[in-house]
Design a protein. Sequence first.
Length: 66
Amino acid sequence: MSFISKKDQFDTSKVFDFILSERACALSVREWKHRLAGYGYAIKDTLHGQVVETLPHHVEVGVLPA
């Protein structure tokens, strides 16, 4: 299993594209988060916005655009 470093913008943008496309397919936020968990990602709501993390180690990938 490989982790995406914050410095690799190309892979980070691919992950964000995937996550946002899954959001478009989901009927609710709860379903979206459940679908992402199946792919090994989680969304954490913070004061700075929604942060994408990898599961199960909770390594931050980045902050989702608003």
